[in-house]
Design a protein around this ligand. Structure first.
Ligand SMILES: Cc1cc2nc3c(=O)[nH]c(=O)nc-3n(C[C@H](O)[C@H](O)[C@H](O)COP(=O)(O)OP(=O)(O)OC[C@H]3O[C@@H](n4cnc5c(N)ncnc54)[C@H](O)[C@@H]3O)c2cc1C
Length: 381
């Protein structure tokens, strides 16, 4: 079959590779001048540092199949993300852990004591937290909430934590030990030559052709037996019902000679500091050595029509618009919507790869059985 895949990010590349290996011809297009989607990395011409152009990406997973898959396509170097935060005039370790708690409160508590102490701070009158703020107050109490969650969240989401659902905070752990590894997953690492080299390797198959700086035109679907769409779900329909809300990021670069902040990621918890964090990219490749150090102040704001969509907002309004787009998508005959934009969800890379592998499996299964391929293998809701 002739397969058209829109988007040369992880979703398009992994699905394309699976289908090419099964004997299908895959044409992958991307409107950008490079492959890799938002995981794109490139060497900085000025300093030689490997840059994560659309924000820092750390690979972490518990999925053994996905870990084996990425290791087939890249040489991974062990890497653990250790994030710090500047808040109220001091530097602390994140996620909030025993060190953070003891430093913040000037205590020397052991794990059980700290657990009891934080429980004594928690607002137990909130039985069933509905908002982010209620969840935080219920979970960690007012002091840690103010210092580590409130200001950062207001900047990241552009609204009060009282307007955000509690579910956002449930993902953020408080640890009663000194483990400051940001992620819990068993497998964590960085591709030695960057993500773009890994995706280049995935795309390296004689049945795959890649066309860059090529935007989707509906006429392209005429030549295809099936289309996989990893662009924005609402974009496929020309935003005819309105735009699904996204947050976008602005990156303000400065270059330092030496080591600017001593770590890859420094968050800024105070509301009066306008950026959410500073990332110093050479710390994402600690096995390399560079004198010049590109750093990025990161600012979050609502995405306009011309901005890159980063984080789906998914509040009540967006959810009702999303339902309408899902209905439209299901009325399409030979299009499957995939990936973080096509299904309007935040997806880590490992989940993106897992879903792409599963989607290819569903396609090949349907081909064999002579049944229709669904519009969504992974539901946006
Ligand atoms: C700031 C940020 C940090 C992240 N950090 C991490 C991390 O540390 N660890 C982790 O595991 N994950 C991280 N992620 C998630 C990761 O970026 C995604 O899992 C991954 O990019 C999803 O790949 P995708 O192919 O679905 O989408 P994308 O990478 O967005 O690819 C979609 C592609 O489609 C193209 N496209 C769109 N519309 C059209 C069109 N009309 N015509 C042609 N081409 C089109 C786009 O140009 C793009 O290249 C992060 C995400 C963000 C936003």
């Amino acid at each position: 079959m002739n397969i058209l895949l829109v988007g040369a990010g992880l979703s398009g590349a992994v699905i394309g590779r699976q289908l090419a290996e099964a004997g299908h011809d895959c044409r992958i297009i991307d409107s950008r001048p490079h492959i890799g989607g938002n995981c794109h990395t490139q060497r900085d011409p000025e300093t030689g540092v490997m840059l994560h152009l659309y924000g820092p990406h750390i690979f972490h997973t518990d999925d053994e199949g996905v870990w084996a898959y990425v290791n087939r396509h890249a040489d991974f170097v062990p890497f653990q993300n250790r994030v710090k935060t500047t808040s109220q005039g001091a530097v602390y370790s994140l996620p909030v852990n025993l060190h953070t708690i003891n430093q913040f409160f000037g205590t020397t508590l052991r794990p059980d004591e700290a657990r009891a102490f934080i429980e004594s701070k928690a607002d137990n009158s909130i039985a069933d937290p509905e908002t982010f703020e209620e969840q935080a107050l219920r979970f960690v109490g007012p002091e840690l909430y103010e210092a580590f969650f409130k200001g950062y969240t207001e900047k990241q989401w552009g609204c009060s934590p009282r307007e955000l659902p509690a579910s956002i905070l449930k993902r953020l752990p408080v640890r009663f030990n000194y483990d400051d590894n940001y992620f819990f997953h068993r497998f964590q690492g960085m591709p030695r030559d960057g993500y773009t080299a890994m995706i280049e390797d995935i795309l390296d198959h004689p049945r795959i052709t890649v066309e860059l700086e090529t935007s989707y035109d509906p006429a392209m679907a005429d030549d295809a037996d099936h289309v996989f769409w990893s662009g924005p779900l609402d974009g496929f329909f020309g935003y005819s019902l309105g735009r699904l809300g996204y947050r976008t990021l602005d990156f303000e670069r400065f270059t330092y000679q030496g080591d600017y902040q001593g770590c890859a990621v420094m968050n800024y918890g105070d509301r009066d500091v306008p950026w959410t964090r500073i990332t110093e990219h050479k710390h994402f490749s600690p096995w390399e050595s560079h004198e010049g150090s590109p750093c990025y102040r990161e600012y979050s704001r609502e995405a306009g029509p011309k901005d890159i969509p980063y984080y789906p907002i998914r509040l009540v309004e967006e959810k009702s618009l999303l339902t309408q787009y899902i209905d439209l998508a299901r009325s399409q005959e030979k299009v499957t919507f995939v990936g973080r934009l096509g299904t309007y969800r935040y997806l880590d890379m490992d989940v993106t790869i897992r879903e792409a592998l599963d989607t290819a499996g569903v396609f090949l299964g349907a081909e064999k059985a002579g049944t229709a391929v669904p519009a969504f293998v992974n539901s946006p809701q």
